[in-house]
Ligand binder design. Structure first.
Ligand SMILES: *[C@@H]1O[C@H](CO)[C@@H](O)[C@H](O)[C@H]1NC(C)=O
Ligand SMILES: *[C@@H]1O[C@H](CO)[C@@H](O)[C@H](O)[C@H]1NC(C)=O
Ligand SMILES: *[C@@H]1O[C@H](CO)[C@@H](O)[C@H](O)[C@H]1NC(C)=O
Ligand SMILES: *[C@@H]1O[C@H](CO)[C@@H](O)[C@H](O)[C@H]1NC(C)=O
Ligand SMILES: *[C@@H]1O[C@H](CO)[C@@H](O)[C@H](O)[C@H]1NC(C)=O
Length: 601
């Protein structure tokens, strides 16, 4: 106590112009741990935490207005994306916030060389031992264990900051975040050895009554790149524009094998034979060729197979949560999106469409953190990149046990039952994708349930105003009252096939499903649409939703059957028009390629 008091007095005497280096502490954020997490032990004092400090972005509202103007197909600025420098200027913190936080860090002996900053200086990253973080945040960390998965993480349920700092800090993590970021493939047990492709060729063909398109009958059993081209009306289209690019994000040590991609191309996309992707390491992420993952294989094989020869990039972000209690190597226990965002926002060139098939229950991500991450996604949209996320595989529920009995407990301290939306799918600045299966006609997938519903954090964005209330008005009065937030951002926006995708992992063929398959599929088609625009000298599509909700929806095939069970209910029903199961439906490339040329010419 005494030394820090001396230090305090010394600092006070230094009398900085911008205010006190410290002040009494007040709670900044406090949460209830989500269902399933129990306190296990106190955190080892020397355990290293990679702390993230998010500073407020006072001009974010201006960035948001620019984003909506350049993404609105009826606006004269449509497609006039912002530069890296323009975006950075708009998200930069106030100099007063930088000074106040720097001073507080210096007070705790932390120097400029100990920290790293995001390009706009709106995030600070630093590695510190638990004991110092506990002092700085006037809190106590514990090792928490998940009763079902057995995972361990080091977290606290509440942290404090000196009162004068509250206005200069938006969020500090990892503190109160208990999320279990995971790939949205429908459980590994659903992966099964694939039938030989030739065995199904004799099945003949089917006509999809919704589109009139003819599709190999084998596509009702096994989805290949060719099936998606037939089903979504892109047969024979070859991208040719210069300057296009497509990306896939990989996390949690999900690696993508080049040999597997090669074998996949030989089988499914012969024209892509001998081509590969550019691998980009984020934060030390590797791409271990001896350890291919199901998620990464699915994502790169289908997104890059559909979009070949558009230049593909696979990003592998380091991080293998959870922390193992008796392992004292400094494990990164952070949400890995942020590491990827730091990296990608610092790049001059960013792939024009990027999909991510990972996420978690929205309620396990603290609201303050979800909002900041979502605001970072807005920066990418403003720069002209389309971001595509899976909507989750548990319908309106949380994936606990079976959908008929799952209880969907909230962690708001009231232990209520509520539908559990998925983050980042609920972020209004990304396009979220649900899942269908069968091909004649397509229906909402029923082997698992397409994630969908309404955000409890993000209110309905204006681009959904002409659409979502329509859906709500069709619900019988009182339907699911109290279980969902009718004023929240509805998701998903669109959907695509999501089951029985044939992929190659470790040299063997497997069938795999999940909205994990739907997101890279939509990514592939968006990349083709970017080709259509670029080849006419038009800019990339960028943030898609204002276009989709205003015009693009006419280029999607409405899904008319199915629902998304969860939380002991049958969930929402698919309806005519947008619904929180399959959004506007699945892409019709032939129609969309006309629609994307009607805008912003
Ligand atoms: C497609 O497969 C599903 C079962 O997975 C079946 O119910 C449906 O009848 C099949 N559709 C056609 C047109 O064969
Ligand atoms: C791929 O490489 C192999 C071996 O070099 C070659 O035989 C084959 O023709 C190539 N395929 C294509 C499509 O270029
Ligand atoms: C790569 O994966 C293999 C197989 O799992 C493993 O034995 C090897 O240690 C891994 N290499 C690295 C650098 O992680
Ligand atoms: C919430 O209530 C249910 C019973 O309604 C109970 O089984 C469960 O343990 C409670 N959870 C918590 C975290 O209190
Ligand atoms: C969904 O449709 C079924 C069958 O028509 C109906 O019984 C049920 O009430 C509907 N559910 C909702 C949430 O509208």
């Amino acid at each position: 106590m005494a030394p820090s008091l001396r230090l305090l007095l010394a600092l006070l005497c230094a009398a900085p112009a911008f205010g006190l280096p410290t002040s009494p502490y007040e709670v900044k954020e406090s949460v209830n741990p989500p269902h399933g997490w129990v306190q296990h032990s106190t955190a080892p004092p020397e355990h290293s935490i990679e702390l993230r400090i998010g500073l407020p972005q006072p001009n974010f509202g201006i960035l948001e207005s620019h984003l909506y103007e350049v993404s609105d197909p009826d606006h004269h600025r449509y497609g006039q994306h912002l530069s890296k420098e323009e975006v950075e200027e708009l998200v930069a913190p106030h100099p007063g916030s930088l000074d106040a936080v720097d001073e507080w860090l210096a007070f705790h002996g932390i120097q400029e060389e100990d920290i790293s900053r995001s390009p706009a200086k709106d995030w600070i990253t630093l590695s510190l031992p638990v004991e110092l973080v506990e002092k700085m945040l006037d809190t106590k960390y514990h090792v928490w264990k998940h009763t079902k998965t057995g995972d361990y993480i080091v977290r606290t349920t509440s942290y404090s900051l000196p009162i004068h700092l509250h206005e200069h800090v938006d969020v500090i993590q990892p503190t109160t975040m208990f999320s279990q970021f995971k790939p949205f493939r429908s459980t590994i047990s659903k992966v099964e050895a694939a039938p030989a492709t030739s065995a199904t060729d004799s099945l003949g063909s089917l006509v999809n009554p919704a589109t009139g398109l003819t599709i190999d009958a084998s596509c009702n059993v096994t989805i290949t790149v060719s099936c998606l081209q037939q089903l979504y009306n892109a047969v024979g289209f070859t991208p040719s524009a210069k300057g296009n690019s497509i990306g896939i994000t990989g996390y949690l040590e999900e690696f993508a094998s080049i040999a597997d991609l090669e074998a996949f191309f030989v089988q499914q996309v012969p024209t892509a034979e001998n081509s590969s992707f550019k691998f980009v390491s984020v934060n030390g992420g590797i791409n271990n060729q001896s350890d291919p993952g199901f998620e990464a294989s699915l994502d790169v094989q289908f997104a890059f197979g559909l979009s070949h020869p558009i230049p593909p990039t696979f990003f592998s972000t380091a991080g293998s949560p959870p922390f193992i209690a008796d392992d004292d190597t400094p494990t990164n226990t952070n949400e890995p999106y942020l590491n990827w965002l730091d990296f990608i926002l610092s790049q001059e060139k960013i792939p024009l469409s990027i999909s991510t098939s990972y996420g978690d229950d929205e309620q396990t991500v603290p609201e303050s953190f979800a909002k900041r991450v979502c605001a970072d996604f807005a920066q990418l949209g403003a720069r002209g990149t389309s971001l595509i996320f899976s909507s989750g595989d548990h319908g309106v529920g949380d994936g606990d046990s079976n959908p008929a009995t799952q209880t969907c407990f909230t962690n708001n301290g009231k232990n209520e039952t509520k539908f559990i939306p998925t983050f980042p799918a609920t972020c209004p600045f990304v396009t979220s994708v649900g899942a269908t299966d069968n091909v004649a006609p397509e229906v909402a997938v029923s082997r698992f349930f397409s994630g969908g519903g309404f955000s409890n954090y993000f209110s309905r964005p204006s681009y959904q105003d002409p659409t979502v209330p329509n859906f709500l008005s069709k619900l019988a009065p009182g339907t699911f009252e109290g279980l969902f937030n009718p004023n929240g951002r509805g998701f998903p926006d669109v959907s695509a096939q999501g089951d029985r995708f044939e992929i190659i992992v470790g040299g063997q063929a497997f069938l795999i499903g999940g909205t994990s398959a739907s997101a890279p599929t939509v990514n592939g088609f968006i990349s083709l649409l970017n080709d259509v625009r670029l080849s006419k000298g038009l800019p990339s599509l960028g943030f898609l939703n204002p276009f989709i909700y205003k015009k693009g929806f006419a280029g999607f095939t409405d899904i008319l059957s199915g629902h998304n069970s969860g939380c002991g209910t049958t969930g929402f029903n698919v309806t005519k028009g947008w619904d929180p199961v399959t959004g506007f439906g699945t892409p019709n490339f032939g129609k969309l390629k006309e629609l994307v040329l009607e805008t912003g010419a």
